[in-house]
Design a protein around this ligand. Structure first.
Ligand code: FES
Length: 99
């Protein structure tokens, strides 16, 4: 898991939950959790993506995903969206995908 105090606003961090890689993005004081693996060519780099509002662009070829729904703005791809809960400074991620 991660600590909220370690997440910088407008940046992401990759965490592993069981065998899944999750990108935790802190935007507008809120934490969003999406699958870290791009639906295009499966590079695990969405934690290094380019943030634009509530979308993240994959650094490889630019597919953009909504942090709220996981849907790609281009094509028909999507990444899972996970529920985030806070317990004090601890960020908890539920692996039951929301989107
Ligand atoms: S691998 Fe992400 S856009 Fe191509």
């Amino acid at each position: 898991m991660a600590r909220l105090s370690e997440l910088r606003e407008g940046h992401a961090r990759k965490v592993e939950v069981d065998d899944l890689e999750v990108a935790l993005w802190r935007v507008g004081g809120r934490v969003y959790a999406i699958g870290n693996v791009c639906a295009h060519q499966h590079f695990s780099l969405l934690h290094q993506g380019i943030l634009e509002g509530l979308t993240v662009g994959c650094p490889m070829h630019g597919w953009r995903y909504s942090l709220e729904t996981g849907l790609a703005l281009e094509g028909s791809g999507r990444v899972p969206v996970y529920r985030v809960m806070m317990k004090g400074d601890t960020v908890l991620v539920s692996l039951a995908a929301e989107g």
